[in-house]
Write a protein that binds this ligand. Structure first.
Ligand SMILES: Nc1ncnc2c1ncn2[C@@H]1O[C@H](COP(=O)(O)OP(=O)(O)OP(=O)(O)O)[C@@H](O)[C@H]1O
Length: 260
């Protein structure tokens, strides 16, 4: 009997694969021989201090920055949502959503995507009349309509108030469960990372210096993640001994749980 050997059975091919990825701006080495894999449908959060290179890494994954000679695999179907919605003010909301797309069904596709983010009633609105939350919903619809295999979120909720941010967390998780793209969210917010992700990465000195998997169900993470939160804050140089931020957040529920 011949036994076939399939070494990678059970391990889906990653949608993102970086090996030895470096990026330099002048004298400054921002990404230093960095490795990263993201599996299909995986939700990954990237934490790191200001200036640690999070956006630089995200721009590589978005195909906006492609240094020569690097081993970089990224999917062609990808979409990015930035901190500001970046809508064209002279185009109506639905036209912003389908910007650059062609075909007779673009209006239908915009309607479907805007319905999914709860903005059916704002189809014909001008971007400047949207609230901050509505603008980010529109940006999410614009990403969604492209059916991305990889959804990149660069601090997409940082400018929103806490309640709106909470609602956006729920929306992103809902969309992720339906469409199952791989997601990489860049955030400064340890609680946001814990509330959303399957895996949290910490970027420092140009590399992924820490990686934490979160097995607990979303929505039931308060009790089980206190130690994880402490570890992640530690990786970011915030120790509970200082009696400052880590202690202050230790007793507070995660945003997504506070809403339940
Ligand atoms: N096009 C560029 N030219 C020169 N330097 C750059 C360029 N883009 C980024 N940098 C530098 O690279 C470093 C990393 O920037 P990056 O925006 O990736 O950090 P970040 O972790 O996303 O920061 P933040 O959390 O503040 O957004 C910074 O020191 C920044 O000044």
């Amino acid at each position: 009997m011949t036994v076939a050997y399939f070494p990678n059975v059970g391990e889906p091919k990653p949608v993102v694969r970086l090996r030895g990825h470096s990026r330099r701006f002048g004298e400054n080495l921002i990404l230093d021989d960095l490795d990263l894999d993201i599996a299909p449908g995986e939700f990954v959060a990237l934490l790191g201090h200001s200036g640690s290179g999070k956006t630089t890494l995200l721009r590589t994954l978005a195909g906006l920055d492609t240094p020569d000679g690097e081993d970089v695999t990224i999917p062609s179907q990808r979409a990015v949502v930035f901190q500001d919605a970046r809508l064209l003010p002279w185009k109506r909301v639905w036209k912003n959503v389908t910007l650059g797309l062609k075909g007779r069904d673009v209006r239908d596709r915009a309607e479907a995507a805007l319905a999914e983010v709860g903005l059916s009633h704002r189809l014909e609105a001008w971007p400047l009349t949207l609230s901050g939350g509505e603008a980010q919903r529109t940006a999410l619809a614009r990403a969604l309509v492209r059916e991305p295999e990889l959804l990149l979120l660069d601090e997409p909720f940082a400018a929103l108030d806490a309640l709106t941010r909470l609602k956006m967390h729920e929306l992103v998780l809902k969309l992720w469960r339906v469409h199952r793209p791989a997601v990489l969210i860049v955030t400064h917010d340890v609680d946001e990372a814990i509330a959303l992700a399957d895996r949290v990465l910490v970027l420092a000195k140009g590399r992924i210096v820490a990686e934490e998997r979160i097995e607990a169900e979303r929505g039931q993470r308060t009790a089980s993640v206190r130690e994880l939160r402490r570890r992640l804050l530690n990786h970011l140089g915030v120790t509970s001994h200082s009696g400052t931020y880590a202690d202050a957040v230790a007793g507070t529920p995660l945003l997504s749980e506070a809403a339940e």
